[in-house]
Design a protein around this ligand. Structure first.
Ligand code: HEM
Length: 431
């Protein structure tokens, strides 16, 4: 048995186990590494919002959220045609309540959500409220042809304990009688079928340990301390929307939010092979960040804010001078409301999934939360930088244009995350 304080080995092993899944991976993970009890849950202590994670997970010294290290997305379809009946609703409710009882709502236990697509709501005769901004997914640039995720729902499980993620999954979809000591009284898969299972990880050390994936060049270029494959830290609290600001404040789904989830393939050969750190900083943040020497290493020295706002207004002048434009400076242009507040809450994590195959490829699951999906679409369009390519010959659709040379959108889906009280197969107008 592995020494219990060997955290890195534990994380590596259990990350592999999450990716493999199934009962054998779970028992291997549990058997080898169960060091201290996982805290059980009090259903009455769960937050009213399914997306209330921030106060229940770890933060770094600057107050930036440290997302749970192991994450799983289960895309599911209802077994029956038409609108779901009360039996299916009760089954889903019981299956989710089992997770409530089994795990504390925290990074040591489990945070999770279930979110529903436009296609799901189209099963009903009554429409969603008109002001609910939840379209069907679409391509957002002329240079991407994603497959659209229009399954009925996506269940998102996240924990710092890989074995918790696997065990919770087994409670929802497997044949376990108990999870974390609590009886499994109903299974999600009594009402739905899993169409697609996607896994991922995030946090210092994990990308470096899993860089033997297609898309990452030889020579172990991913820095050990980086939480992401591209070698930088993301998600500074100053550049993120708050949970409050992405929460719907009226209508039957008040307390909920919307969720866009993309899957992107990463090809980092030229990122690591042809760009030095200064050039990477220009393309990831802005040329101004590089000129002013703001980013050391992975950028943890930036503290609680990427400081990108000062490099947005003269973005075209910078592009002309340096022949490049930064990813963050482009995205930021679309990411402020009229009062200057950040619109999107990004919660992305890395993966080696190649959806539909057994290959290991560097990829990224990219969930964002916002009040309406059109806010996500506006940011993504700002990130395309099409206006800048028109102004600056050196910046082309995919060259010198932020990180667009290295990322390729493969899937996209849009969902509504209802408040917890309506999380189980809601009608379009609950209550
Ligand atoms: C491999 C893929 C990606 C990586 C490694 C990455 C990395 C980063 C980094 C390092 C920053 C600056 C620090 C921060 O504010 O978090 C940033 C900012 C940002 N990125 Fe990405 N990103 C990726 C993909 C995307 C995609 C697909 C979108 C789509 C909308 C996006 C939207 C944003 C936004 C909105 C900001 C914040 C800009 C601001 O308002 O300050 N990113 N990203």
């Amino acid at each position: 048995m592995q020494p219990l304080d060997d955290g890195l080995s534990r994380r590596r092993f259990c990350k592999a186990a999450v990716a493999v899944g199934g009962a054998s991976a779970l028992s291997a993970c549990l058997g080898r590494f169960r060091d201290e009890p996982v805290p059980t849950g009090d259903p009455d202590a769960k937050p009213a919002r399914q997306h209330a994670w921030r106060e229940h997970i770890r933060h770094d010294d600057h107050g930036n959220s440290l997302l749970p290290e192991h994450q799983l997305l289960l895309y599911v379809d209802l077994d029956a045609d038409g609108p779901p009946g009360d039996d299916a609703r009760a089954t889903v409710d019981e299956a989710l309540s089992t997770l409530d009882r089994a795990y504390e709502w925290s990074n040591d236990g489990l945070v999770f959500s279930v979110a529903y697509s436009r296609s799901y709501f189209d099963r009903f005769d009554r429409p969603l409220p008109e002001d609910l901004d939840l379209p069907e997914p679409r391509a957002l640039s002329g240079f991407e042809t994603p497959t659209f995720d229009t399954q009925d729902a996506v269940v998102h499980l996240a924990s710092d304990n890989a074995d918790v993620v696997l065990e919770a999954e087994a409670g929802l979809t497997g044949d376990r009688e108990t999870i974390n000591g609590e009886d499994v009284t109903a299974r999600l898969t009594d009402a739905v079928t899993v169409d697609s299972r996607r896994t991922g990880f995030v946090g210092a050390g994990l990308p470096a340990k899993h860089q033997d994936a297609e898309g990452i060049p030889d020579g172990n270029p991913v820095p050990e301390e980086s939480p992401l494959f591209m070698g930088f830290k993301a998600g500074f609290v100053g550049n993120q929307a708050t949970e409050d600001s992405v929460t719907l404040d009226s209508g039957p789904f008040a307390g909920g939010t919307t969720k866009a989830v993309a899957n992107l393939r990463q090809r980092l050969g030229d990122w690591y092979g042809e760009q030095d750190h200064r050039e990477q900083v220009m393309e990831m943040f802005s040329p101004g960040h590089a000129e002013d020497g703001l980013v050391e290493g992975i950028g943890a020295n930036l503290g609680d804010d990427s400081k990108v706002d000062q490099y947005v207004d003269d973005i075209v002048d910078q592009a002309r001078e340096f022949g490049r434009v930064g990813h963050a400076q482009k995205a930021a242009r679309g990411n402020r409301d009229e009062d200057g507040n950040v619109r999107l809450l990004r919660r992305h994590f890395e993966s080696t999934d190649d959806i539909g195959s057994d290959q290991q490829v560097a990829s990224l699951h990219f969930p964002t939360l916002q009040r309406g999906i059109s806010e996500f679409e506006a940011v993504r369009e700002a990130m395309n930088g099409t206006d800048i390519t028109a102004e600056t010959p050196a910046v082309r659709q995919r060259v010198n244009n932020g990180i667009l040379e290295y990322i390729f959108v493969r899937r996209r889906g849009y969902f509504l995350v209802p408040p917890r009280r309506h999380r189980s197969l809601p009608t379009p107008r609950p209550e």
